[in-house]
Design a protein around this ligand. Structure first.
Ligand SMILES: NC(=O)c1ccc[n+]([C@@H]2O[C@H](COP(=O)([O-])OP(=O)(O)OC[C@H]3O[C@@H](n4cnc5c(N)ncnc54)[C@H](OP(=O)(O)O)[C@@H]3O)[C@@H](O)[C@H]2O)c1
Length: 504
């Protein structure tokens, strides 16, 4: 199997994609064919030997996966081969297969996709445990979240709001803060440009903030603690800044406050019943649409090192995900239209409303969504002829109707592959509406594969998955869509490709 391995400790550029042996499983373990793996800050620490867990070299990082169980140990009873699951494996997830202790493996509901399953529980589990079990957050309290657009930070913003707190989000850029606002933060502090203490004073008056959620540490921690309310609580969640702050104890005395640690991994191990209760509550909120992890970008397995590097360089807004394998491009993963599985109305008209994106800041909210199907479009001989004229490609299989009738089985001309590919743009306009931006245009096509020939008179349509958004240095945003052009009455698509568009 393929895996991205840490062979020697170092920065992400030392990770290598290699063929390696499939892991063997013990009696209490299961083997999972990985579909997606969440990328978390500890992945950056574990490869530098700076994390509390130290797996023996070589190992694959990646602590949170979703996938399908392909083998179970003799002692495993609650999970069986074929189950769709998520697993908090700790490491090993940047690989095609991972062996995990069955206690850390949970079946996923049929309506939950693999990306959601691999991106939610680690961050929301941590933040829910922190806010609920450690701090006992009450409705009406003020909650300051540092690093608020990071993985655990944005979960704390959304959960804090859901639990009735007034959320103050603090982060290093306005883009990051826009996402926090969308997730319910009432007040925003850009700590790169604003003074944290005076802004908190402005927002809370002399009272200060009731609860501080801090996954960043560093220089700003003392400023935050100095802004805490009488009997406030300070949650120590992590040190993404790389600096463990040395806080003066007298501050805790003066404020009558509690400084409390949060260690979700140990909580889940030492208090499994409470942890399962929390996960159950989160799952219900997830299914009810009350919480949703915003996805920054979906990386391929060979790009896993880049994903960890992006986390380390503060480029990730929300969550980064590594998709393992080409399952989006596997026709069997999609409902391929044929007489058996589409009703007449859908077949005639297509079925979905356009996805509405409101401005540049809204784009990342839609990453991970599916769009489509579009309307069906019939490929006519006139279109094929026009395309031949435009490209000077007059091969007889495309344009010589009589010869094709006489020679080709089925007797129908075949559209140029690039013709059906170029139709993606107009399908795109049907499926996605982008408002409040200057303009957007289709920028390129990546990884195109032509699978089934499109003959004249066939009907094609588009299904797509919105897989990523990448902010460009000039402020524009590149968006990535995995596109499947379906061919009516065929059991495989006409082609699949990744579309890249630029929104300005
Ligand atoms: N205690 C637990 O149980 C637990 C569980 C999960 C995670 N954690 C810890 O929580 C921290 C955050 O994890 P995460 O997965 O949410 O990470 P993340 O998505 O990368 O978010 C971390 C945030 O920290 C800020 N930051 C400030 N200085 C940074 C630097 N030098 N490098 C990177 N980020 C920096 C960034 O926000 P700005 O750019 O806005 O400052 C970033 O968005 C990590 O230390 C992780 O180990 C703890």
């Amino acid at each position: 199997m393929k895996a991205v391995l840490c062979i020697n400790y170092g920065l992400p550029d030392t990770l290598v994609l290699q063929d390696t042996a499939t892991p063997s499983i013990k009696d209490d373990e299961v083997l999972i064919a990985v579909k997606a793996c969440g990328v978390n800050f500890p992945d950056a620490l574990i490869i530098q030997n700076k994390y509390q867990f130290k797996p023996p070299l070589p190992f694959a990082p990646g602590g949170e996966v979703s996938g399908i169980v392909i083998a179970t140990g003799a002692g495993v009873t609650h999970i069986k081969t074929g189950d769709r699951v998520l697993a908090l494996c700790g490491w090993g997830g940047f690989a095609e297969e991972v062996a995990v202790d069955a206690k850390r493996v949970f079946p996923i509901p049929p309506d939950m996709d693999f990306i959601t399953a691999a991106s939610t529980l680690y961050n929301y589990g941590t933040s829910y445990h922190a806010l609920k079990d450690r701090a006992g957050l009450k409705a009406g309290e003020t909650l300051l979240v540092m690093g608020a657009a990071g993985g655990v930070g944005i979960a704390a913003v959304e959960l804090g709001k859901l639990m009735g707190a007034t959320v103050i989000a603090a982060a290093s850029s306005d883009d990051k803060l826009m996402l926090c606002k969308e997730k319910g933060a009432e007040y925003l502090i850009n700590y790169s440009t604003e003074d944290l203490r005076s802004r908190i004073k402005e927002i809370t008056g002399d009272k200060g903030v009731d609860l501080i959620y801090d996954p960043v540490g560093g220089k700003l921690a003392e400023q935050a603690l100095r802004s805490i309310a009488w009997k406030g609580r300070y949650l120590i969640v992590g040190f993404a800044s790389g600096e463990i702050p040395q806080l003066p104890f007298n501050l805790a005395l003066l404020k009558g406050c509690s400084v409390m640690g949060v260690f979700w991994g140990s909580f889940a191990e030492k208090e499994p019943k409470q942890s399962l209760q929390n996960l159950g509550e989160l799952l219900q909120w997830l299914r009810a649409g009350k919480i949703k992890q915003p996805i920054h970008k979906i990386y391929r397995l060979e790009e896993a090192a880049q994903a960890v590097d992006d986390i380390m360089n503060r480029k990730v807004i929300g969550k980064a995900i590594v998709k393992v394998g080409d399952w989006n491009e596997d026709a069997s993963q999609y409902t391929i239209p044929n007489e058996k599985n589409i009703n007449t109305e859908t077949k005639q008209t297509g079925s979905s409303k356009p996805l509405l994106i409101n401005g540049l800041a809204d784009i990342t909210n839609h990453v991970g969504k599916s769009v489509g199907p579009s309307e069906w479009l019939t490929v006519s001989q006139e279109m094929i002829n026009n395309f031949a004229s435009a490209t000077l490609d007059f091969q007889w299989v495309h344009v010589d109707v009589e010869k094709v009738k006489a020679i080709l089985p089925g007797g129908k001309t075949i559209a140029h592959g690039y013709l059906s590919m170029s139709l993606v743009s107009q399908f795109f306009y049907q499926l996605i509406t982008i408002e409040n931006v200057n303009s957007f245009y289709n920028y390129g096509i990546n990884k195109a594969r032509f699978i089934t020939p499109v003959t004249v008179g066939s009907r094609i349509r588009l299904q797509a998955n919105f897989t990523g958004a990448e902010k460009q240095p000039n402020g524009s945003v590149k968006i990535f869509l995995t596109c499947i052009i379906e061919l009516e009455d065929a059991d495989k698509p006409a082609y699949v490709a990744d579309l890249i568009s630029l929104v300005v």
